[in-house]
Design a protein around this ligand. Structure first.
Ligand code: MN
Length: 368
């Protein structure tokens, strides 16, 4: 029998006309959208080169075209909560933390007005469509960080809308990195609202770093490295120490590297103590174990290293409905990566920690 799990990283697929419909009229012709060019679907977002979609199967593409709602090649569950729930039930997944697909690239929009209206329109749609449909869906709002006062307002607004996490760009704006105190009001607002702050790989920067030989593999590695950098900035600079109830989640970066990062940071903290500023009360790894998390789907090495990292930082995730995700083979994946892991630890990683962070507990069994 399938054991229900929670996915700490899944994706909605925004309707083709989401921003065309919802942006203020004067911005609509610049709306993020999907265009068909020479038979290929392209993301068109101001401020980055048009980007090809992932590789859909012929069958799902046909389904989607027939739906006439999401001609993106992803499964209809990307934008339809009822269809989505059917897919989750079939795969043994209970709850999900929902990230966008097109809006992942919205952080790169240079114009502040267009960037903010894009974020607010997405957050409204996510709350209305998924958060309102079921407690199973914990939506992560898109919150740009260039304008700190607006970010604080949006965090407070989306918490009221029922969204349960806020997504900041993995790559901070240049000249305003995450080790400065400039973002303290953002951390304080997230902490006060009780929402984890998440950083999805490939956000805040053009994820296509290399177009030459090896590019597809190199780029997949490169976006993952952003998680290591951001977690080090947050831990070593004292952000996690100053905001002890803040939880930060590095999303879709795998987990096998986490033990290396902890040792690397602690080694510098001890061996280069004369240069370390600020001098934290505990070594950096302490704060990562207490407040940091990483999501992974297929990464057996992260599970093997749990004796070093602890199990609390580890959050299993399906990445549904993206092509690198585990749907519809989630149960087989779990059997493989958790072979030999005791049930209690497995359940912490695949269900309980995510449930606690995002409110994805199973409902109490109905009585009578
Ligand atoms: Mn993802």
């Amino acid at each position: 029998m399938n054991e229900l799990v929670n996915s700490a990283d899944s994706h909605v697929v925004e309707p083709l006309d989401l921003w065309v419909q919802r942006l203020p009229k004067h911005l609509r012709e610049r709306a993020p959208r999907i265009e068909e060019v020479d038979g290929r679907w392209l993301f068109v977002v101001e401020g980055m080169p048009p980007r090809k979609m992932g590789g859909p199967s012929t069958e799902t593409e046909r389904d989607a075209r027939e739906e006439r709602k999401v001609a993106t090649g992803f499964r209809p569950g990307g934008s339809d909560p009822d269809r989505r729930a059917e897919d989750l039930d079939e795969d043994g997944v209970w709850g999900e933390v929902l990230y966008p697909t097109i809006a992942l690239f919205g952080f790169m929009i240079p114009d502040p007005e267009l960037r903010w209206e894009t974020a607010r329109a997405y957050n409204d749609w996510l709350a209305e469509t998924f958060a309102a449909a079921s407690r199973r869906f914990a939506g992560a709002a898109m919150v740009p960080v260039q304008e700190v006062d607006s970010a604080v307002e949006e965090i407070e607004r989306v918490a009221r809308l029922g969204l349960r996490s806020v997504m900041l760009p993995m790559h901070a704006p240049s000249g305003a990195l995450y080790n400065t105190d400039r973002y303290d009001p953002v951390w304080a607002a997230a902490q006060a609202s009780g929402v984890p702050v998440s950083f999805h790989v490939g956000t805040g920067i053009d994820p296509v770093h290399e177009r030459g030989p090896g590019g597809a593999v190199i780029n997949y590695v490169e976006v993952g490295l952003g998680a290591q950098r951001t977690l080090a900035y947050l831990a070593a600079s004292g952000v996690l120490e100053r905001f002890p109830d803040l939880h930060v989640v590095m999303v879709e970066c795998g987990a096998g590297w986490l033990s290396w990062l902890m040792e690397r940071m602690d080694e510098a903290f001890e061996e280069h103590a004369g240069w370390v500023d600020p001098r934290l009360a505990e070594p950096p790894s302490f704060y990562v174990r207490r407040q940091g998390h990483v999501t992974f789907g297929n990464d057996g090495a992260g599970v093997v290293n749990r004796g070093f990292t602890g199990v609390e930082p580890l959050l299993w995730a399906s990445d549904y409905p993206h092509p690198e995700g585990t749907w519809p083979h989630t149960q087989a994946t779990l059997e493989r990566i958790f072979a030999g892991v005791d049930d209690h630890e497995r359940r912490r990683i695949t269900f309980d920690t995510t449930a606690g962070l995002y409110g994805l507990e199973l409902p109490a069994r109905a009585t009578g």
